[in-house]
Design a protein around this ligand. Structure first.
Ligand code: C2E
Ligand code: CA
Ligand code: CA
Length: 264
């Protein structure tokens, strides 16, 4: 396994250099209006030999061996390059969400580097939402609080990602300066069949609203769930129902526009 990791690590370094990384984007929908409020950038590694390797399978390694900073900087730069195309496609109002890791939060220069990348492309931090998982925030809460505050002061918007997954705590959202809460997709599992699950989901949504956060529900796969979620004012949704993550360019959209979300 050690040997394998060495190989993968070397290949990952090469991948960043050889442009084997690509970003896909998935729309974030305002459930009541059906409008696309934003997109989330999702990383893809197109390995010359093994094909596409899902991020779950190599981002933890990238974090461990310290390449994640390089990867995150690449992602931010790519997002900036794609921004004008994404706006042309979805509208000027859209926010672009970028996933960052606990290691980025711990890097003393991360905020400066992030700012520099945006400046280079004449983009304002206001247009970027940095998504940080609850686990990442809680790795070193004080450090995370500090970095998040700096990033927030710079104008970046901050989202707590995967809220409610794993060992999460009701109190986490109150610990950090957040703009958005992303409710983990596990909350939607069989939600229409079990009133108790609906109550738990509602409680999570109310928590977000009470803290004055934008709330996004992840993992919406079915129309019935999308329709059911329309009862919650201001709620946003993301999921395969509206479209798989796709390339930024118009040619390869694949995803239908979500007009049907507002037909009901
Ligand atoms: P995430 O941030 O929670 O991203 C959402 C994941 O859910 C994506 O998986 C997306 O393709 C998937 N998804 C979207 N809609 C649905 C749905 O309706 N049903 C289901 N079952 N899944 C859905 P993906 O792209 O494989 O990414 C997995 C994870 O890898 C991400 O989870 C994120 O934690 C990480 N990741 C992706 N891109 C980056 C990146 O640029 N940087 C960092 N640090 N992590 C990234
Ligand atoms: Ca995310
Ligand atoms: Ca998530």
């Amino acid at each position: 396994a050690y040997q394998e990791r060495l190989v993968l690590t070397r290949e990952l370094r090469d991948a960043v250099a050889a442009k084997e990384l690509t970003l896909f984007y998935q729309p974030v929908i305002n459930l009541q209006s059906g409008r696309i409020d934003g997109v989330e950038a999702l990383l893809r590694w197109e390995h010359s030999e093994f094909g596409r390797i899902p991020p779950d399978q190599w981002i933890p390694l990238a974090e461990e061996v310290g390449i994640i900073h390089q990867v995150t900087r690449w992602v931010l730069d790519r997002v900036c390059r794609d921004a004008s195309g994404l706006r042309a496609r979805y509208g000027d109002h859209i926010a672009i969400s970028v996933n960052i890791s606990a290691k980025d939060l711990a890097h003393p220069l991360f905020h400066e580097q992030a700012r520099a990348i945006l400046r280079r492309h004449h983009l304002l931090p206001r247009n970027i939402i940095l998504e940080i998982t609850e686990t990442a925030m809680m790795t070193d809460p004080e450090l995370a609080q500090h970095t998040i505050e700096i990033l927030s002061d710079m104008g970046f918007r901050i989202a707590l990602d995967d809220f409610g997954s794993g060992h999460s705590s009701l109190g986490t959202p109150a610990l950090f300066r957040l703009d958005e809460l992303k409710i983990d997709r596990s909350f939607l599992h069989n939600v229409l069949d079990y009133p108790a699950r609906q109550k738990i989901l509602k409680a999570a949504l109310e928590l977000g609203t009470a803290l004055d956060l934008d709330v996004v529900v992840e993992g919406v796969e079915e129309e019935a769930i999308a329709v059911w979620l329309q009862q919650f004012p201001g709620l946003q949704g993301q999921g395969y129902y509206w479209g798989q993550p796709a390339r930024a360019s118009l040619e390869s959209t694949g995803a239908p526009l979500p007009s049907h979300a507002s037909d009901h």
